[in-house]
Design a protein around this ligand. Structure first.
Ligand code: FE2
Length: 380
């Protein structure tokens, strides 16, 4: 399927299903390579309300790395650190800082997923391999995507264990309550200058995705910064990957700042869905998460723009939650400041009330908020 510039490729549903050579059941897990997995796990539990799930390390027979797995409803994070110097994980952390290594996709058949994608030009990360233990078997395979990020295909229909073979259940005494996060809504990649179309083409041709939306620099620009973005989605719509590239602006765009500090393309943000954003964001704020704020003038005319909403405006204003509407409904969203030392990855919290879009109406207010942060970092 060819990608046309600035044109939405909205295929009829039957076509999408007929073309779906890579049926994806959902996001299986997101693996981050981090400097200190034990402390990262504590952060995601204490601040973000994830629950401890599984562990692999020296005690389970690993010699050179450790992984903690935490879960909140359908969202699973794998936090991995090296135990020795040298090697691929250290090199990744040295180059990028903490960041997303793998977006793992849940499939029925990991071997077929590997063949279908590598036949269409995907670069192999690893060939299908079977992992077994007393609880059954998991088949994994992997391909490369933008930067040093990879997709791992996970086939787990014959597995009943806690996560996958090699991991043991992790049941610490500390087990804070969740904050109401339910699933991964979308994962956004930042790529370099003039690379957006290349990676959209990759998702279209290699993975059978279709383009949902496209934003150009006229949609997404402020006085200083600009970016372009296209949203790629798989056939059943469960997996959505917006891809951003920088565009010319008067000063350095947030995408360029990311690429400079991440040393290349990578995951910019993960959007996690809740069905009560006011409660979720209140809990997150009380647990120490910093969010971007927009000027209170945003709320003066927001209801003129988006119309009636179910929520009271006051708590939304107090928390800094943004509102946008499309033909199908509205959405509520908010973005954290970068969650790492480098100004790279952040997290979006989103509640969809019918809307299937991504908050285009908020881009300008949001990017001006990001620019205020960039200015304080001296990177604008
Ligand atoms: Fe997003």
């Amino acid at each position: 399927m060819a990608i046309t510039d600035k044109t939405s490729l909205q295929l009829p549903k039957e076509n999408l299903e007929a073309e779906d050579f890579l049926p994806l059941l959902g996001t299986d897990y997101i693996e981050l390579y981090v400097g200190n997995a034990k402390q990262a796990a504590h952060y995601y539990m204490s601040a973000w309300g994830f629950q401890p799930l599984a562990y692999a390390g020296l005690e389970t027979g690993l010699k050179d790395k450790v992984s903690y797995v935490v879960q909140q409803d359908k969202i699973r994070l794998v936090l991995t650190s090296p135990l020795k110097s040298g090697g691929e994980i250290n090199a990744h952390i040295d180059k990028h800082g903490d960041g997303v290594k793998a977006i793992a996709l849940w499939v029925d058949d990991a071997s077929k997923s590997y063949l279908e994608t590598t036949d269409r030009g995907a670069e192999s990360y690893f060939e299908p391999r079977k992992l077994e233990d007393k609880d059954g078997e998991v088949i994994l395979s992997g391909i490369h995507t933008y930067g040093e990020t990879v997709h791992v295909f996970v086939e787990r229909k014959n597995y009943n264990g806690v996560f996958m073979p090699g991991y043991t259940a992790w049941k610490p005494f500390y087990n804070p309550t969740d904050v109401g996060l339910n699933y991964v809504d979308h994962m956004v990649g930042n790529v370099g200058w003039n690379e957006m179309n290349k990676w959209c083409k990759f998702y279209a041709e290699v993975m059978g995705f279709a383009q949902l939306v496209s934003f150009d620099d006229k949609d997404i620009s402020t006085e200083y910064t600009a970016l372009m973005s296209k949203v790629m989605s798989n056939g059943n719509g469960r997996i959505k990957f917006p891809i951003n590239e920088p565009a010319d602006g008067r000063k350095k765009s947030q995408i360029e700042e990311y690429i400079e500090f991440y040393n290349g393309a990578g995951v910019q943000h993960m959007a996690l869905a809740t069905d009560n954003i006011i409660e979720t964001v209140t809990a997150l704020r009380n647990r120490g998460i910093d969010f971007l704020t927009v000027p209170s003038s945003y709320y003066e005319d927001v209801l003129d723009r988006v119309g009636e909403i179910d929520e009271d405006l006051e708590p939304l204003r107090e928390l800094g939650i943004l509102i946008d509407r499309d033909d199908e409904g509205y959405l509520l969203q908010i973005f954290t400041k970068p969650i790492l030392d480098r100004p790279t990855m952040f997290i979006e919290i989103i509640q969809r009330k019918g809307a299937k879009s991504f908050g285009k109406g908020n881009f300008k207010a949001l990017f001006e908020a990001i620019e205020r942060e960039q200015e304080s970092r001296g990177t604008l």
